[in-house]
Design a protein around this ligand. Structure first.
Ligand SMILES: Cc1cc2nc3c(=O)[nH]c(=O)nc-3n(C[C@H](O)[C@H](O)[C@H](O)COP(=O)(O)OP(=O)(O)OC[C@H]3O[C@@H](n4cnc5c(N)ncnc54)[C@H](O)[C@@H]3O)c2cc1C
Length: 399
C-alpha cells in the first residue's frame, strides 16, 4: 500500500477534467481542478452521453442526477437523406437492450460533475502558465502568481492545450473544412416533433441533426456546413440564422420547418488532430481533447474523455508517487488502442454524413450497418477492461 495518498492537479474544468476528478476521488486520489475561467461553464448546446460513459457515471453515483435532467433518446431515431427518405435506424441501446443514452444540456452535465466533488476541489480563476517536474514531483505555475505541487498533473485543457507542448512537439489542430451551427429551441415550438428521437439528415456536403435535451423541454440542433476560409481564431462565434437556414433550403420539410423557428445560433469551426506520438511525459498526462481531439461525427469526444478518467484512476489506484510515470505509460498504452480507432471513425463518419461518397449506395450500406460500430462503442466497460489490463501488466512485471 502507498505511504500517503497521491495528489493530482487537473488543469481544465471541462467535462474531461471534472469527470476525471470524480473518477480519481472514487479511487482514493486527492484531486484539485484548476480552471482558467472565473466560473465553470459550458456553451448552450447539447451533448450525447452514451451507454459506454453512462455506465461509468452511474457507478460514480451520478445516475439519479443525470436522470433528472437528461433526455432519454430512443424511439424514432433514424438516418435520412436530405429529402427525408429513410436510410436506416440509429442504434440507441447496447447489446443487452439497455437504453443508456441521454441528450444532455452541457451546462447540466458540468454542474452534476462539479456538485459531486468536494467544494475545495475546484479552483476557478487559475490559468496554468508553466509546468516543471523532476524525479520526485511536478509543479504548476498560474497566471495569478500561485504555484502548486503535485504527484501527477492531468492536462485536461482541451484541443488548444497549453500543456501538450511539454509532452510532444507542438502542432496545430487540423481544420476539417466544415463548421457546425448549433443551438437550442423550445420543444413546444415544434408540436408533433418526435420526442425521443436522434435524427440525422445527410446530403450535399452537409448534414443536420436534432436530439432532445433537458428532460425533453429543449431540442438541440446542429447544422454541419462546409466553409473555405476558416481562421484559427474563430473557434466559437455568434452564428447567422439566415445563413444557416439558407444552407438547408429545399431539404426535408422537417428541417426547413425547424430552421424557420430558430432565433439565434452559434457556430464552431471543426478541428481534430492525427493521433499524437505520446500522451505522457514523466508525471504529466494528457486526457480528453488535449490527448485525442476528434471530430464530433460519432458523438464521442466527451464520452471518450469520461472513459479516460475512469481508466486513469484504475491505473493509479494503490500506486505510490515513484510509480506514477509507469502507471501513466500503462494508461496511455491501454487507452489509445481505443481512442485511435474512434478518432479515425469520427472522420470517416463525417464523410458518410456529408455524402462525400462517389457511390451513395455504398454510403447507405455503411450507414445501415452502423450498428456494428455503435455496439463496439456502447458495450465497452472501460473500468472492467482497465482493471483486467492493470492486473495483467503488473503480473507480467512480477514474473
Ligand atoms: C459541434 C460539436 C458537437 C459535439 N457533440 C458531442 C457529443 O454529442 N458527445 C460527445 O461525447 N462529444 C461531443 N463533442 C465533443 C466534446 O464537446 C469534447 O470532446 C469535450 O467537450 C472535450 O472535453 P475536454 O474537457 O477534454 O475539453 P474542453 O471542453 O475544451 O475543456 C477544457 C477546459 O480547460 C480549460 N483550460 C484551457 N486552458 C487552460 C489553462 N491554461 N489553465 C486552466 N484551464 C484551462 C478551458 O477553459 C476548459 O474549461 C462535440 C463537439 C462539437 C464541436
Amino acid at each position: 500500500m502507498p505511504i500517503r495518498r497521491l495528489r493530482a492537479a487537473i488543469v481544465g474544468g471541462g467535462i474531461g477534467g471534472l469527470s476525471a476528478a470524480n473518477a480519481l476521488v472514487r479511487r482514493g486520489v486527492d484531486v484539485t481542478v484548476f480552471e482558467q475561467a472565473d466560473a465553470l461553464g459550458e456553451v448552450g448546446a447539447g451533448v450525447f452521453i452514451y451507454p459506454n460513459a453512462l455506465r461509468q457515471m452511474e457507478r460514480m453515483g451520478l445516475g439519479e442526477a443525470l436522470s433528472q435532467v437528461g433526455a432519454k433518446v430512443g424511439t424514432g431515431s433514424e438516418y435520412y437523406r436530405m429529402d427525408g427518405t429513410v436510410v436506416g435506424r440509429i442504434l440507441t441501446t447496447d447489446s443487452s437492450g439497455w437504453n443508456g443514452l441521454y441528450g444532455m444540456h452541457r451546462a447540466d452535465l458540468l454542474r452534476i460533475l462539479a456538485e459531486a466533488l468536494p467544494p475545495a476541489a475546484i479552483r476557478t480563476g487559475h490559468r496554468c502558465s508553466g509546468f516543471e517536474q523532476n524525479a520526485v514531483g511536478a509543479k504548476l505555475v498560474f497566471a495569478n502568481g500561485r504555484t502548486v505541487e503535485a504527484d501527477i498533473v492531468v492536462a485536461a485543457d482541451g484541443i488548444q492545450s497549453s500543456l501538450q507542448k511539454y509532452v510532444v512537439e507542438p502542432s496545430v489542430p487540423e481544420y476539417s473544412g466544415s463548421r457546425a451551427y448549433r443551438g437550442l429551441i423550445a420543444s413546444e415550438k415544434l408540436p408533433g416533433w418526435r420526442k425521443e428521437a436522434h435524427q440525422v439528415w445527410m446530403g450535399d456536403g452537409k448534414h443536420f441533426m436534432v436530439f432532445p435535451v433537458r428532460s425533453g423541454r429543449l431540442l438541440n440542433y446542429v447544422g454541419f456546413v462546409p466553409t473555405r476560409n476558416e481562421t484559427i481564431e474563430s473557434w466559437s462565434a455568434i452564428g447567422d440564422r439566415d445563413e444557416l437556414a439558407a444552407s438547408f433550403a429545399g431539404w426535408d420539410t422537417r428541417v426547413v420547418g425547424l430552421l424557420e423557428k430558430v432565433e439565434s445560433c452559434f457556430w464552431w469551426g471543426l478541428y481534430d488532430r492525427e493521433p499524437l506520438a505520446s500522451w505522457t511525459k514523466g508525471r504529466l498526462v494528457l486526457l480528453g481533447d488535449a490527448a485525442h481531439a476528434m471530430l464530433p461525427h460519432v458523438g464521442q469526444g466527451a464520452n471518450q474523455a469520461i472513459e479516460d478518467g475512469v481508466a486513469l484512476a484504475v491505473f493509479l489506484e494503490g500506486r505510490d508517487s515513484a510509480e506514477v510515470p509507469d502507471a501513466l505509460r500503462r494508461y496511455e498504452a491501454f487507452r489509445r488502442k481505443r481512442t485511435d480507432i474512434v478518432q479515425a471513425e469520427a472522420r470517416q463518419n463525417g464523410l458518410r454524413y456529408d455524402s462525400r461518397y462517389e457511390n451513395l449506395e455504398q454510403r447507405d450500406r455503411e450507414i445501415a450497418n452502423a450498428a456494428v460500430f455503435r455496439k463496439w462503442l456502447y458495450d465497452y466497460d472501460v473500468e472492467r477492461a482497465a482493471i483486467a489490463d492493470s492486473i495483467e501488466s503488473r503480473t507480467s512485471q512480477l514474473a
